[in-house]
Ligand binder design. Structure first.
Ligand code: 3Y8
Ligand code: NAP
Length: 250
């Protein structure tokens, strides 16, 4: 009997949830609980951490989960690592479902940064106006360059003082569009964009807007999953995941 745990939090995870719901699959959608009101899903949904890999392994056993689809964001490296460990312990099938990284195209001016700190180093010393479109978990690393004016796009109003002296906060959840991101960046006279290489369609608009406005993008590459986590098969479409689920259910 197939029972699926879908580790979500991305546009792709939401698309897969719709397909699983339409197929009347026995599946549970899982959010970390990072945002106040996550988008509701057409599947039974749980919110919050599991308590590390051990907690996840126990959950898999208690809930009789037979398959885990890790459709978390490519920067959610801890969750993906825990899923590999827990599924090995619990003897549960696991696949990753993720979108390929964005690639620079004609007209793009990208500076590649291998980490958040490398992105900070890539910012100029003279004051700039930076669209820091990386959310809120890594803002404190930019505090070493307080001379810049930062435009922050966050999902929820910050509940604590921000670690940067000059900020303008835009509250928005995405998916975003080119017209909206272009006018946002013009309104704030942005000179630099900092982005995580999320891939997918939900947050690509800012890159097209930057190209149209001839602005440089500091593109932060995805964290390398530990070798262990790399051992799971990674699929790239809803169809592939559905085929994997039916094949692994034989
Ligand atoms: C809680 C669920 C959907 C999913 C939408 C995608 C698209 C918009 C791109 C920008 C970049 C950013 C951020 C972003 C993207 C989609 C997708 C994606 C980037 C929600 C969601 C949750 C989160 C968590 C949140 C992080 C933050 C990151 C904002 C829901 C909306 C910047 C990542 O306040 C916080 O602590 C927010 C934390 C992790 C990164 C960070 O470090 O701050 N996502 N994002 C998920 C959970 O609890 O499990 O609230 O509805 C989901 C989406 N975020 O179905 O439409 O698929 O990529 N999310 C980044 O890529 O840099 C926005 O502004 O241009
Ligand atoms: P992370 O750093 O990899 O994970 C930290 C801890 O959060 C995990 O160990 C786990 O807690 C919990 N967690 C993460 N994802 C979870 C999920 N889907 N369901 C239940 N628990 C989860 O994760 P993150 O980068 O903070 O991302 C959190 C969520 O936001 C994920 O769903 C991710 O898809 C989404 N998201 C993240 C980004 C990003 O930039 N990081 C962008 C868009 C969306 P326990 O150890 O207690 O189990």
């Amino acid at each position: 009997m197939t029972r699926i745990l879908l580790l979500g939090g991305t546009t792709e995870a939401s698309a897969l949830a719709r397909t699983l719901a339409e197929a009347d699959a026995d599946a549970v959608f899982s959010y970390a609980g990072r945002t106040a009101k996550p988008v509701s899903q057409p599947l039974p949904t749980r919110v919050g951490g599991f308590g590390g890999a051990e907690g996840l392994a126990a959950y898999l056993g208690d809930e009789g989960i037979t398959h885990v689809v890790d459709a978390t964001h490519p920067f959610a490296a801890q969750m993906s690592t825990n899923a590999v460990q827990a599924c090995t312990t619990a003897g549960v099938a696991l696949c990753g479902y993720e979108r390929p990284p964005w690639q620079a195209g004609a007209g793009d001016e990208w500076l590649h940064a291998t980490s958040i700190d490398a992105a900070v180093d890539a910012l100029p010393d003279s004051p700039a106006r930076v669209f820091l479109a990386i959310g809120k978990q890594n803002l404190s690393q930019f505090a070493v360059k307080p001379q810049h004016h930062y435009l922050l796009r966050l999902v929820d109003q910050p509940d604590a003082p921000l670690p940067l002296p000059q900020t303008m906060v835009e509250i928005a959840r995405g998916p975003f569009d080119v017209a909206g991101d272009t006018s946002l960046m013009q309104r704030h006279a942005i000179t630099h964009v900092v982005a995580k290489n999320a891939g997918g369609t939900g947050a690509h608009a800012k890159l097209t807007a930057a190209r149209n406005l001839n602005l440089p993008v500091i593109m932060i590459g995805r964290p390398e999953l530990s070798a262990k986590a790399g051992q799971r098969p990674v699929l790239g479409s809803v169809e592939e995941v559905m085929a994997w689920l039916s094949h692994r259910s034989d």
